[in-house]
Write a protein that binds this ligand. Structure first.
Ligand code: FES
Length: 106
């Protein structure tokens, strides 16, 4: 079973089974994590799906210019960890990915 590991904004840890073809945002939203509002539905225009990648696994695509522009406006932007979770589609290769959710900035 391929899993990703989540630390929520309160520091609570949990894991989610990877459903290939869904984005990281969709995994987090479907699991009802309040930290991921995903207001734009994955169109890379809201940044309410901002997460920190604590420990990478699998093939994570490089950040596009528009993603970086949105993230740089976030208080918790970290050039080494920040990603929009809607821009990362998961597959089995991402087993072991560790993600930290961020407190609501809105
Ligand atoms: S869901 Fe809006 S930018 Fe990711």
């Amino acid at each position: 079973m391929s899993e990703i590991f989540i630390t929520d904004a309160d520091g609570k840890q949990s894991s989610l089974q990877i459903k290939p073809g869904l984005s990281l945002m969709e995994h987090l939203r479907d699991a009802d994590f309040d930290e991921v509002q995903a207001i734009c539905g994955g169109c890379c225009s809201c940044a309410t799906c901002h997460v920190h990648i604590q420990s990478s696994a699998g093939d994570i695509p490089a950040m596009e210019e528009n993603e970086e522009a949105l993230l740089e406006l976030e208080d918790s932007f970290d050039s080494n960890k920040s990603r929009l979770s809607c821009q990362i589609e998961l597959d089995e290769s991402h087993h072991g990915l560790r993600v930290v959710l961020l407190a609501d900035e809105f």
